[in-house]
Design a protein around this ligand. Structure first.
Ligand code: SF4
Ligand code: F3S
Length: 105
């Protein structure tokens, strides 16, 4: 599976959802997640993300904690298939480290 990680938080550009062939992105207040049981490992979402927040689960950036978070919240949050406007301050958060600890709710 592919995994959405820290740099999506507060950026949430949503370009990723437009290209996913199986519509497996789910939307929270501050970030999106991928449902690991639905993702078909095509990888087309990776280059679409301006925040470079999506990694295959074989990448060290896709930690077990991030995989677990994607799995947990994909079952709780609504599906999203259409791009929407990012937060007004999204660009200010792109690349800021440690967003999960500071801002995830
Ligand atoms: Fe969707 Fe493919 Fe990205 Fe998985 S890797 S979330 S199937 S676009
Ligand atoms: Fe997040 Fe990147 Fe998609 S910032 S919403 S994973 S395009």
């Amino acid at each position: 599976t592919y995994v959405v990680t820290d740099n999506c938080i507060k950026c949430k550009y949503t370009d990723c959802v437009e290209v996913c062939p199986v519509d497996c992105f789910y939307e929270g207040e501050n970030m999106l997640v991928i449902h690991p049981d639905e993702c078909i490992d095509c990888g087309v979402c990776v280059p679409e993300c301006p925040a470079e927040a999506i990694f295959p689960d074989t990448d060290p950036s896709a930690t077990p904690a991030w995989l677990a978070l994607n799995h947990e919240f994909a079952s709780a949050w609504p599906n999203i298939t259409r791009k929407k406007a990012p937060p007004d301050d999204a660009d200010n958060w792109n690349g800021v480290p440690g967003k999960f600890d500071a801002h995830f709710s």
